[in-house]
Design a protein around this ligand. Structure first.
Ligand code: DON
Length: 425
């Protein structure tokens, strides 16, 4: 079965379904960002096995901006230990804009590492001087994305010229001895960190490393400790979306981080990393269309953290070949809840190793629940199999997928397990 994955098609649908969202405006406080094409749009998803699916302008590169903050924070924790980092930067949501000129009045510390005050302090912890900090960040991004990540020097230069606010913050921090280098050096390094040039595929892999407990899924390298990753994801959950954090947690419900170039990354622990991109921002500085795409992904894929958790195991329990009524058949035995991340391995198996027999049986006796998105993806997969000349039969004694038809509306045969038993042996 040579085909585009139904998961890629699903991502294309997410783009189509948000085509009408043209609210917000491209950030222009960094002049070079104002030149971005506002109509660019992309979405990517990486499983914790490192398979990346993407749609839209998925190769288009843009600057990582504030999405660099969580990774810098995790690196600071790996470098100095959690206690040292907590001594310098709090973990309380600020409920304020990302560039608010404020420190916690009681502790004198930045409230959290996701607002600029905290991120500037974090950056200064990464290395001894500006070059060391920036080099370590680029090396980290490259390990996470599995390719050499570079700085967009044009954007960096543009932000440096207009970085008075961040410089003001850095001087405030310097006054309370929070920085290891002088304010100008730290801000220059921080701005270069933010100007790392990435696409949604890179970001999905970076997010998938966090979903995978700190281990890069493809290289198998442990980049962050389990505890560091857990800590970071907690902070992203409460502080990642700034003053929209409460709205985000209730509606989308996954740890996330946005950047002013229009990207948003989201992490579903144990399952997937997702990344969306669209340059127009809402009043909170988060991509307007990106937020809508994330809402759809979360609803469709059942990603909300507070939804009863579903096992992250594969839906495919085993594959058997047998014969039914004297005809050779391939039987796929499915199990558990069918959610997108669990049927992903089944869909990939069908693409990589097409069933060798005309007759294909899906045994759903062990399936508990089928989420709508899994049903849709199954319908598309069934249509492709039928188009390739296969005959499909379902064994679905509990009727977990009532009235199932392929995506062209063709009915699929339903067999009882007796039908198999009678002919199997
Ligand atoms: O410091 C700044 O203003 C930018 N380099 C990053 C801000 C940012 O991405 C805020 N997030 N939405």
């Amino acid at each position: 079965m040579s085909m585009q994955s139904p998961i890629t098609e699903y991502l294309a649908d997410i783009i189509a379904a948000t085509n009408h969202v043209d609210s917000g405006a491209v950030a222009d406080y960094i002049p070079e960002l104002g030149a971005a094409d506002p109509n660019l749009v992309a979405v990517a998803m990486s499983t914790v096995n490192g398979t990346v699916y993407a749609s839209g302008d998925a190769e288009h590169r843009f600057t990582i901006q504030s999405m660099s903050k969580p990774f810098a924070y995790a690196l600071a924790i790996e470098t100095h230990g959690l206690e040292t980092v907590l001594d310098r930067i709090g973990v309380e949501p600020s409920g304020e804009a990302f560039n608010e000129l404020s420190l916690d009045p009681e502790t004198g510390k930045p409230r959290n590492p996701m607002i600029n005050a905290g991120a500037i302090t974090t950056h200064s912890l990464i290395g001894d001087d500006e070059d060391a900090c920036v080099d370590r960040m680029l090396a980290l991004f490259s390990r996470l994305a599995e390719r050499p990540i570079e700085i967009d020097e044009v954007v960096a230069a543009s932000e440096l010229e207009t970085g008075d606010r961040n410089l003001g913050l850095a001087y405030l921090l310097h006054a309370s001895n929070a920085l290891r280098q002088d304010p100008r050096t730290v801000v220059t390094g921080y701005i270069r960190q933010c100007a790392a040039s990435v696409n949604v595929r890179d970001l999905a892999l970076m997010a998938a490393t966090l979903a995978n407990g700190g281990v890069q899924p493809n290289t198998g390298e442990r980049v962050f400790s389990r505890m560091g990753t857990r800590h970071l994801l907690s902070v992203m959950t409460s502080c990642g979306m700034y003053d929209a954090a409460g709205d985000w947690l209730t509606t989308v419900g996954i740890p996330a981080k946005s950047g002013v170039a229009g990207g948003i990354i989201g992490v579903l622990p144990g399952q997937v990393g997702v990344a969306v991109f669209s340059p127009r921002l809402d009043a909170h500085g988060n991509s307007a269309r990106g937020v809508e795409m994330m809402k759809l992904l979360s609803d469709d894929l059942g990603l909300h953290l507070m939804e009863a958790s579903r096992p992250a195991r594969s839906s495919l329990r085993e594959t058997r070949t047998t014969s039914v009524d004297g005809r050779p058949a391939t039987v796929y035995v499915l199990q558990g809840d069918l959610v997108l991340s669990s049927i992903e391995s089944l869909v990939r198996e069908l693409i990589d190793n097409p069933p060798p027999t005309e007759l294909v049986v899906f045994d759903m006796s062990r399936v508990d629940e089928v989420l709508p998105v899994a049903r849709r993806t199954s319908a598309e997969t069934a249509a492709k199999l039928i188009d390739e000349g296969h005959q499909i039969a379902l064994i679905d004694p509990e009727n977990t997928i009532p009235g199932f038809r392929d995506s062209h509306g063709r009915a699929v045969e339903r067999w009882t397990s007796e039908h198999m038993d009678a002919t199997d042996r």
